[in-house]
Design a protein around this ligand. Structure first.
Ligand SMILES: C[S@@+](CC[C@H](N)C(=O)[O-])C[C@H]1O[C@@H](n2cnc3c(N)ncnc32)[C@H](O)[C@@H]1O
Length: 285
């Protein structure tokens, strides 16, 4: 969350009012709704992230905010709260060895098998850099891409990041990590208020469907997926939640399909049926 000085002042005033019991209530709510594990010591983070919402609602403490949330008939405020709490840091070509693996191993294997349908899922896609990057990479490396039925499902808990993702517009700083040939091929540049803005071309946009999906709830899609990217998402979940999720991914993958997890995540210590390929890359046998 970007915070200006005013927000910082306000959040520090609020953080003084976060009692341990209010923090525990927020933590329980967030854990039960989204699986996100707010461990002790995250009080300041919670108050900083909810500060803007409290100010908008003219509330003085997280305790008052919890009462407000409970009084609402619709789920909208809960969604807003989860939007504020979730960590959405991402970038194009983040952990780029995964992208190399797709081009060097996963994609050639599918093509050699004569497979013409390719399905990928970016689970926890944040502001869209991961699925757009994957779309450019695969489209740019398929021999005769028009011959393939290739689609990417991109989902996230946060409606706020999904709005940004759907726009598909990024500042110059954000696109620097995209390989130049793919940037030139799949993004258009225009000047806006003195700065360059890059927009994802429709040939890539049309491959991707963005949807809100809470990974803790039931999933409407049936698969099978060839590639599942769930990177830097499970890090916020506890081990039992991670274990369940990994088995659900296994069920949705095609045999020979690949699961990618973030570099600070691993399936080590989690009983699972995957074949280990290399750290953070796993295959369904
Ligand atoms: C740090 S971002 C990772 C983005 C991208 N995968 C990457 O590695 O760059 C984590 C994302 O997971 C989402 N997330 C957290 N809990 C979730 C849940 N229960 N269901 C779906 N998405 C969730 C957050 O909203 C956030 O956008």
């Amino acid at each position: 969350m970007k915070s200006n000085t005013k927000e910082k002042e306000h959040s520090s005033q609020i953080s003084e009012k976060v009692s341990d019991s209010d923090f525990r209530k927020v933590a329980e709510l967030v854990k039960s709704l989204a699986g996100i594990n707010l461990t002790d010591g995250k009080q300041e983070l919670v108050s900083a992230r909810l500060a803007k919402r409290l100010r908008a609602l003219h509330l003085n403490s997280i305790g008052e905010y919890l009462i407000f949330v409970r009084e609402q008939k619709s789920q909208d405020e809960l969604v807003t709260m989860l939007d504020a709490i979730s960590t959405n840091l991402t970038s194009f070509w983040r952990e780029s060895d995964h992208f190399d693996y797709v081009v060097e191993k996963a994609l050639p294997k599918m093509v050699q098998k004569g497979q013409t349908t390719i399905r990928a899922w970016s689970a926890g896609c944040s502001t869209g850099e991961e699925p757009y990057g994957l779309g450019m990479l695969i489209h740019g490396n398929l021999p005769n891409p028009g011959r393939f039925d290739f689609k990417i499902l991109a989902t996230d808990l946060s409606t706020k990041v999904l709005d940004t993702a759907k726009r598909g517009r990024y500042g110059e700083d954000r696109v620097k990590s995209i390989p130049p040939e793919l940037l030139n091929k799949y993004m258009t540049r225009e000047k806006h208020d003195g700065a360059f803005i890059y927009s994802v071309e429709s040939v890539i946009r049309n491959l991707i469907s963005f949807n809100r999906l809470n990974l803790m709830e039931s999933w409407p899609m049936k698969g099978p997926f060839d590639l599942i990217f769930c990177r830097n998402v499970m890090i916020y979940f506890d081990k039992p939640t991670q274990t369940k999720l990994i088995h659900r991914y296994f069920d949705l993958l095609r045999s020979g399909g690949t699961l990618f997890v973030g570099h600070s995540e691993s399936l080590a210590g989690i009983q699972n049926p995957f074949k280990y390929i290399r750290p953070t890359i796993y295959e369904k046998p």
